[in-house]
Ligand binder design. Sequence first.
Ligand code: CP
Length: 361
Amino acid sequence: MRHLLDICDFSEVELNELIATAEDIIVNPAKYSEKCKGKKLATLFFESSTRTRLSFEAAMYELGGHVLGFSSASSSSTTKGESVGDTIRVTGYYADIIAMRHPYAGAPLAAIQKTKVPIINAGDGEHCHPTQTLADLLTIHREKGTLENLTIGLCGDLKYGRTVHSLIAAMARYKGTKFIFISPNELKIPDYIKKTTLKTTNTPWEETDSIEDAIPKLDILYMTRVQGERFLDKAEYERLKNSYIISTDKLQTAKSDLAILHPLPRVNEISVKVDDDPRACYFKQVENGKYIRMALILKLLNEKNYESPISQNKKLINVYKCTNHNCITTITQEIDQIFEVLDEEQGIYCCEYCKKCEVKI
Ligand code: CP
């Protein structure tokens, strides 16, 4: 069984194959119009969405399949106290593949322990959002003709922005990538990403709070919304929400072939006047999201007999309890607590669900 929980579940070769399939779908849609005839996709969205859910549904319809599901936890039996595990197990009796979004990190990892159908992570809390990254990669490839040797500026909420975390993990594997992280001090990327992704791949990166300084150096500018829903302190959100606003003026020093991306929804990080600039790619990204999700559904349904390689990392089961209040293990008792070795020499283990809670042994 093949799932997509984290963008690193796919190798660089597999990412390139998915991009190639999506590009073929764009050119030859009729070839794919019955590939999922008789198959059903369930979209289980415990957290709100416009693009991700609708693009998954459009993708399945364009593959000739059917769709069922719910668009908010409030219209499911979650309101009666049903656990994520039971909801997933039940859905597995009705659908061939499940795309799920949940406000708690690690919910999709909990889900795969309860069903025998492929699970796609459509966003789990502040953790990651691998299918948005697939849409980002396809967009970058179509705009730049390559995924190599690019300087990528990520701007805004790099702490809570799950799309940023997944994009860093993906692009760090491509040759010649350089990151410039542009954020206020309070919204810097989490340390675990520096430790687990940037250092292990030797990817160069710099941090700044100045968009003006960064813009002239960039091939890609990836803007993000400040994620109000993830702040415990709402006054802090109000103080930080307008940290960066891209206007036509700010783009005057940018390269003529800059590609401006944003996973959307935007609030006011990009002025609507920028939409008419040929460098604005965020609505192309929306459309690309449907094609790459078509490619993903096909891949996962075709790899039902795939056997996951056994992880060589040491694991501690039910020895420690995760303390991250945003981790799925804090709201459900029915799954094992799993801590996996992060740094063997230092004896550091981290929660396998959220990757945020560390223990030193
Ligand atoms: N980019 C993204 O995840 O958008 P939605 O929240 O609308 O799905």
